[in-house]
Ligand binder design. Structure first.
Ligand SMILES: Cc1cc2nc3c(=O)[nH]c(=O)nc-3n(C[C@H](O)[C@H](O)[C@H](O)COP(=O)(O)OP(=O)(O)OC[C@H]3O[C@@H](n4cnc5c(N)ncnc54)[C@H](O)[C@@H]3O)c2cc1C
Length: 436
């Protein structure tokens, strides 16, 4: 069954079922102008617009569907102030001073998100309970130790967890210790996207929905963003379409779309757990993602459902097979959970780069964009929007936490894309090899 908000068909998900509809929004029709135009109404686009309105800048978002329709409304909602793999030293080694500024932004990113939610009273079911990365094999304690050492050096609020502490925190014997960051937590991501959209509108920003951008060009020293029924001319441009960049128009930004492999990540939510069980499974409600390459992750929603997920290589019946696989996993991790029923299952694209690094670009005069969240940018996108807003306002690169690179496309991207799920087999092999 499909659910409808405005004029858009939303694929069913826990977040669509639990979240009140977003604001009514017009399509982009005819010729419009703005000082800054943003393509894409996910967290990046919305946060950039919010920061621009806070500075009194005229801004318009042009979104293909509705705010939050991409990764921002489909994710697990874990607010994590780290990247998936690269650690601070990797960022500094690659990007020097800009890397250091980026690390500082990332360190503060979860706090920044929760502060934004509180400042604007966004009803996003936020819980700043911390984020834990438990290690799934004795060998991988090195990951936690490296993270702890490097983030401590940069002043992050982090700790190492012993095996006993990890067991107490997670209510399971499955892990061997871990890395713990107090500033993280979780949110209802679609509620955050819709809340941010309402704030942008209330501050005088414009958001056009159901308006897929076909392309953008340079005309008379301005950027012109073109849709089937209209166009927006602006001094400056932010491309915030991320892993969905090739979804609505192959001509939008092919070099950026081909920089990432969009990998389908499945999310699923159990039935609400009974109070007795809930008190024994992650009793203090932290967000958790472990060190498996085939990631184990979980957090509670506001109704005590465990929101988790996974990936699966080949058809058929992917959803049913995944329910079985992840249900058995939950029973293995927490035998007290009993029979597991999943009330919701959905998916979304994660933009994976070959080196797990985000890619931030100058696209031309006063034009910026990024991609490559690698499944870890709910927290990051909020301050990143602040930096992109500064960039289009003319703040020099030497003051921005934006480590710019040139786009580097993945060779034979369209040929490789169908094989991307096979990477999971490699992750499973590596995960199994390191156990014991
Ligand atoms: C299933 C899943 C689970 C995840 N879980 C987590 C997690 O728990 N924690 C975490 O930190 N990160 C997670 N992530 C990553 C996180 O969701 C993303 O990093 C983040 O939402 C990116 O936001 P964004 O605004 O940059 O991109 P998006 O939210 O994808 O927004 C891009 C927008 O651009 C629009 N668009 C695309 N093309 C056009 C066009 N031609 N014209 C107009 N608009 C266009 C799309 O409709 C979309 O709304 C997950 C991602 C997925 C997919």
């Amino acid at each position: 069954m499909k659910s409808t908000t405005g004029h858009v068909q939303w694929p069913p998900s826990l977040w669509v079922a639990e979240t009140p509809p977003g604001p009514d929004l017009p399509k982009l029709e005819g010729r419009e102008t703005a000082d800054v135009v943003i393509i894409g109404g996910g967290f990046t686009g919305l946060s950039t617009a919010l920061h621009l309105r806070e500075a009194g800048i005229d801004v318009a978002i042009v979104e293909a569907m509705e705010p939050g329709w991409g990764a921002s409304g489909r994710n697990n909602g874990q607010v994590i102030p780290t990247l998936s793999r690269p650690d601070p030293d990797d960022l500094v080694a690659r990007h020097g001073a800009a890397g250091e500024r980026f690390v500082a932004m990332l360190r503060d990113s979860a706090q920044n998100l929760f502060d934004t939610v509180r400042r604007y009273n966004i009803p996003a079911e936020h819980e700043q309970t911390g984020w834990v990365q438990p290690v799934h094999s004795p060998g991988r304690i090195k990951i936690a130790e490296r993270r702890f050492k490097q983030w401590s050096k940069f002043g992050a609020d982090v700790e190492m967890l012993s095996r006993d502490q990890a067991r107490d925190m997670l209510g399971s014997d499955a892990w061997h210790g871990g890395f713990w960051n107090r500033t993280g937590g979780h949110i209802n991501p679609l509620a955050l996207a819709r809340g941010l959209a309402r704030i942008v509108l209330s501050l005088g920003g414009r958001i056009y929905a159901r308006s897929p951008v076909l392309d953008f060009i340079r005309r008379d020293d301005r950027w012109v963003v073109r849709t089937a029924q209209g166009e927006m001319s602006a001094r400056a441009l932010v491309l915030a379409s991320n892993a969905y960049s090739g979804e609505f128009s192959k001509a939008l930004a092919p070099d950026i779309a081909h920089e990432v492999m969009p990998v389908l990540s499945w999310q699923m939510a159990t039935q609400p757990l009974s109070d007795n069980v809930r008190k024994t499974v992650i009793p203090a409600r932290q967000a958790m993602s472990d060190t498996h390459g085939e990631l184990y992750f979980a957090r509670y929603d506001a109704r005590n459902r465990l929101v988790t997920g996974g990936a699966i290589v080949a058809p058929p019946n992917k959803a049913e097979r995944l329910k079985r696989r992840v249900g058995e996993r939950l029973q293995r991790l927490w035998p007290q959970i009993g029979e597991v029923r999943f009330d919701y299952i959905w998916n979304g694209y994660v933009g994976m780069t070959t080196d797990h690094m985000p890619r931030i670009h100058r696209l031309g005069p006063d034009a910026y964009g990024w991609t490559g969240c690698n499944g870890r940018a709910v927290a990051l996108t909020i301050p990143l929007g602040g930096e992109l807003a500064k960039a289009v306002r003319g703040v020099p690169a030497s003051e921005l936490a934006l480590p710019f690179t040139e786009p580097v496309t993945i060779p034979a991207h369209s040929l490789l894309r169908p094989f991307a799920p096979l990477m999971l087999l490699l992750y499973r092999y590596r995960d199994a090899k390191e156990i014991g």
